[in-house]
Ligand binder design. Sequence first.
Ligand SMILES: NC(=O)c1ccc[n+]([C@@H]2O[C@H](COP(=O)([O-])OP(=O)(O)OC[C@H]3O[C@@H](n4cnc5c(N)ncnc54)[C@H](OP(=O)(O)O)[C@@H]3O)[C@@H](O)[C@H]2O)c1
Length: 310
Amino acid sequence: MSTTLDETGFGFDSTAAEVVEGIDLSGKRAIVTGSASGIGIETARALAGAGAEVTLAVRNLEAGERTAAEIGDGARVAPLELADPASVDAFVAAWEGPLDILVNNAGVMAVPELQTTAAGYELQFATNHLGHFQLALGLHDALAAAPDGARIVSVSSSGHLRSPIVWDDIHFAFRPYDPWLAYGQSKTANVLFAVEATRRWAGDGIYANALMPGGIRTNLQRHVSPEAMQRLRSGSSLRFKTPEQGAATSVLVATSPALEGIGGRYFEDCNEAPVVDRRPEGSSGAVARYALDPEGAERLWDVSLALLGR
Ligand SMILES: NC(=O)c1ccc[n+]([C@@H]2O[C@H](COP(=O)([O-])OP(=O)(O)OC[C@H]3O[C@@H](n4cnc5c(N)ncnc54)[C@H](OP(=O)(O)O)[C@@H]3O)[C@@H](O)[C@H]2O)c1
């Protein structure tokens, strides 16, 4: 099916609770990474509210336990540090049984100075993409075992419009480090992941889509000064959403019957976004063609495997 999904009936103002209303997730199991903060909390809350058993995959266990207690029945906590491959492996090893929904939500944005992981990988790429790639790879069999098929939700950003993957210098070893180019590159990787995961795994009943949640005031902006935020917003059409609205597109992509058998696409404001060949003036509302490029997606998969030594 190739029809664009741009009339879902939901939009900018829709909340996660509205999007999942009437959908029964009883008996389904979900993981939401980075769900002790921001839109991850609201994503987990909406999925649990619809009856799913939700694992909050978090690095701050205290905050995770607080969130789980607040959500109540159906939420549990497990440790996950995405920048540490050993932690991702441990999370995967501890997982038992099928998995219906994996929401790769955690992220860091605009880390001011170049930071690298123990393996020497740029931190935003390592956290936002590589850690989630490793997680999905490790959970493949659990996803394939989901009785009604499984979904992977890859939380990207309109920030992807700032940079394609710079294949010859992913880790800023030669070019000057730029916090926004690094963020943009990592968020392009989130979209390309959805494209290639669907190509490889649709036969196993696993579909992956990417999305831009909107602009939401959360801890994500911890590295951005109010002045820089102002500069970024000037000339941009960005209106802020509440966290409940910010979680809506993730929850739609995770649960909507309209996305049955659909993968490798990019959504924003609960609808599929148009593809562009040039950065749009409003800096959002569209997906760059390079982020959906099947060849780039396949290349990133191979590069990521090599970086993980797999
Ligand atoms: N907010 C926006 O305007 C916006 C716009 C576009 C896209 N997004 C995307 O939406 C997603 C959620 O962002 P948010 O706004 O909800 O931000 P947030 O409140 O900062 O939440 C991000 C979560 O990711 C976790 N995280 C960061 N690095 C991690 C690591 N190495 N291992 C495990 N967890 C890690 C954080 O944990 P700690 O709390 O321990 O740091 C936090 O719980 C991100 O992928 C972001 O890029 C957000």
